[in-house]
Design a protein around this ligand. Structure first.
Ligand code: F3S
Length: 689
């Protein structure tokens, strides 16, 4: 879990009553560090500003035997690759780029906090069986091309939706030519095509990486089972794509979407055709996607050539090492010096500008101007890096980014174009080069991890630190168990029309700082929902006063009067993400039941986990018969069983009354969650038995 998503996951786990997590778990402080004044200062500032969050996570980690990686230790996916990933294992991570560990032959899946709670609390975790795309790799990359270009090209071919519902499995002799960290880069960005995860077969390079990171025993175990750690002969794929690595050239993707892919040789023409200003304001390398020893070494080889030719950078140049181990190793081996000589600022080992934690000072935020940046990161949605919607953010390999900062021009092609050296002569870069593993081994750097790997021990006596006055963290109270009776006198709070994603139910943006405080984040409940009765967003009538108010206001008012309420929803209610807050919040505010035309599967399960009963209309036209303010009663919740319909008695405000049929998809286990008030209540009961 990374520090942003870990908060609610750990708060929920606390409700399980378990002494330690059911599977080995770790927390990584990487998202909450803002890039501004340089590595050490930025980490110190983050520790001050987020003290309560870090203290909470650290104390909870100690109590439950969770590994805790302090601020400054590095980015979750890099640390996982260096310490935990192993061929043939299965891992869940509460971050979409978790599949990075596929570079070590692991099935690593990005999930929401609720899924992490399942794994930690021993609740069965489910995933709709994905299809498999096979990618057959042949050939070998050219010197200017890197693994990043493989996935940049694939993103263009597959588009951002091409991998949805699929695992991408790489196979073929080309896989043997790639470094372990290069394969991790490719798997990392499988998230950009929507893939469930991506995985490579176990290779010699993986063996070398495991040895270099102190895990020879893991390599030996993988060697002993290597026939299982690759695609079966004649395996059937739902789709096969052939990729000749020798034919791939560097690519630049963007702006604003990772699948707008342009080969480097054509990018100059695109800049002209689009009329973009031919200026590069900043180049950023590193992040969880591209901060391996190989990436840093190849990029430094470019900086070294420029230094020898007396050429300095023309754009701002920022370097984010992925981990303390990488930072210390490239400092010892000289790459940091080479970057700094080129004018680079080396940032903290953290997400920083990749997640908008970039206090950019070279652009006036009050007058956002169009400008272009080039990053070796993985995502480039509008405003993602610096909050400026006019910043055009392009993605490329780190060596290409580095070379282009020495030109300062967007149209520069380092493979073919020249710069002027200190004597006014034409200078052209040689292809980058660099080792995938450090000759002298890795330097672990400063101690940022406690207790020592690999097995943290739990300590029941540790007190979890949550300030009751905090507005960012709040210990959760268990939800009440079902009273065993039919639901009576439920008031329709809102009848939602059209699309209602988890973002509409629990908005992100400024609300993210309240992720660990259910009461505070509940202030955003359904604020994006369109009310079918009045055509307004986030406006409903409070039936007790007759006045209009926002959805959270009226929900809170009902809660204070012990008035349970429900939501009537349209199709695919809760689509979008696995954000568990969307289920927790409605439940917290007093909603035990939601009736929809249909649910998004993950959100429906999340509702069940929190003890909310999700029903669908047996006849979806019955949606039209209900409106805000109606009173609903159930017949059939008592004695609820898998596959058995529930009847709803609807009383309109005018006095009219009728019955409609509703269905549910609860299994026997899930019915127990509902009966106990939540899945975690059930776990707690079992723990206490
Ligand atoms: Fe962090 Fe960006 Fe990776 S936010 S986890 S560096 S995608």
């Amino acid at each position: 879990m990374q520090d942003a998503s870990a908060q609610m996951a750990v708060l929920q786990f606390m409700l399980s009553g378990m002494k330690t997590t059911a599977v080995p778990s770790s927390i990584h402080c990487d998202h909450l560090i803002e890039a501004f004044a340089g590595a050490d200062k930025d980490v110190d500032t983050a520790i001050t500003n987020n003290k309560e969050i870090f203290d909470f996570l650290e104390s909870a980690a100690k109590k439950y035997g969770i590994a805790f990686w302090r601020p400054g230790s590095g980015i979750i996916h890099q640390i996982v690759l260096e310490n935990y990933a192993a061929p043939g294992k299965l891992m869940l991570g509460t971050d979409s780029h978790t599949p990075n560990a596929g570079g070590l032959g692991m099935l690593a899946i990005g999930v929401g906090g609720a899924d992490a709670v399942d794994a930690m609390a021993n609740i069965p975790w489910e995933l709709k069986a994905p299809n498999v795309i096979g990618i057959k790799m042949t050939g070998k990359l050219n010197p200017w091309t890197s693994p990043k270009d493989v996935i940049l090209k694939l993103a263009g071919d597959l588009t951002v939706r091409g991998g949805t519902g699929h695992i991408i499995e790489y196979f073929g002799e080309g896989t043997q030519t790639l470094s372990c960290t290069g394969m991790a880069t490719i798997c990392n960005m499988g998230a950009e095509v929507g893939a469930t995860t991506s995985v490579f077969p176990y290779t010699e390079k993986m063996r070398g990486y495991l040895g270099a990171t102190g895990r020879r025993a893991v390599a030996e175990a993988a060697d002993a089972h290597k026939d299982f750690l690759r695609a079966d002969e004649g395996a059937h794929y739902d789709k096969v794509i052939e990729l000749n690595l020798s034919e791939i050239e560097p690519h630049i993707n963007g702006p604003f979407t990772p699948d707008l892919s342009t080969p480097l040789s054509k990018f100059k023409d695109l800049v002209k055709e689009k009329g973009w200003k031919d200026e590069l304001s900043a180049g950023l390398i590193g992040s969880c996607t591209n901060s391996s020893y190989e990436d840093m070494s190849r990029s430094a080889s470019i900086a070294r050539q420029a230094a020898a030719a007396g050429i300095s950078t023309k754009s701002n140049f920022l370097v984010t090492p992925g981990s303390e181990q990488i930072r210390a190793t490239i400092e010892r081996d000289g790459q940091v010096k080479e970057f700094e000589n080129a004018g680079a600022q080396v940032l903290a080992n953290a997400c920083g500008p990749c997640i908008g934690q970039w206090k950019r000072t070279d652009i006036d935020k009050s007058k956002p101007e169009e400008n272009a940046i080039l990053t070796s990161f993985n995502r480039n949605f509008r405003s993602r890096n610096d909050g400026n919607p006019k910043t055009m953010n392009f993605l490329a390999a780190p060596e290409i980014v580095t070379a282009m900062t020495f030109s300062g021009k967007l149209s520069f092609n380092p493979m073919t174009d020249s710069l002027q050296d200190k004597n006014g002569q034409d200078f052209r870069f040689e292809p980058p080069h660099g080792d995938d593993l450090p000759g002298q081994g890795f330097d672990a750097g400063r101690a940022t991890y406690e207790p020592p790997s690999p097995t943290p021990t739990s300590d029941e006596n540790v007190e979890i630190k949550v300030d009751p006055k905090s507005n960012r963290l709040q210990v959760l109270d268990p939800f009440d168990a079902w009273n065993g009776d039919e639901m009576k006198n439920l008031r329709v709070l809102v009848k939602v029309e059209g699309k209602c994603t988890t973002d509409h139910i629990s908005a992100a943006g400024p609300w993210l700082k309240y992720k660990g405080h259910l009461q505070n984040i509940a202030e955003n409940t359904l604020i994006g929902a369109l009310n079918a009765d009045n055509g307004k967003v986030n406006v409903v009538t409070d039936i007790t006063t007759g006045k209009e108010g926002s959805i959270p206001e009226v929900a809170k008012s009902y809660k204070s009067q012990n008035q349970p309420w429900l939501v009537i929803a349209d199709h695919n209610y809760g689509e979008g993400s696995a954000r568990e807050h969307a289920a927790l919040q409605v439940r917290y505010l007093g909603c035990p039941l939601i009736i929809a035309r249909s649910f998004a599967r993950i959100h429906e399960t999340n509702l069940k986990k929190q003890g909310v009963l999700p029903l669908t209309f047996a006849n979806e036209n019955d949606y039209e018969k209900l409106s805000g303010g109606d009173v609903v009663e159930t017949i059939g919740v008592k004695g609820i069983a898998p596959g058995k319909a529930v009847t709803l008695v609807v009383k309109k405000q005018g006095g009219e009354q009728f019955e409609i049929e509703a269905k549910h998809t609860m299994s026997t286990d899930q019915i127990e969650w509902f009966q106990k008030g939540s899945a975690l209540n059930l776990i707690k009961e079992k723990v206490n038995q």
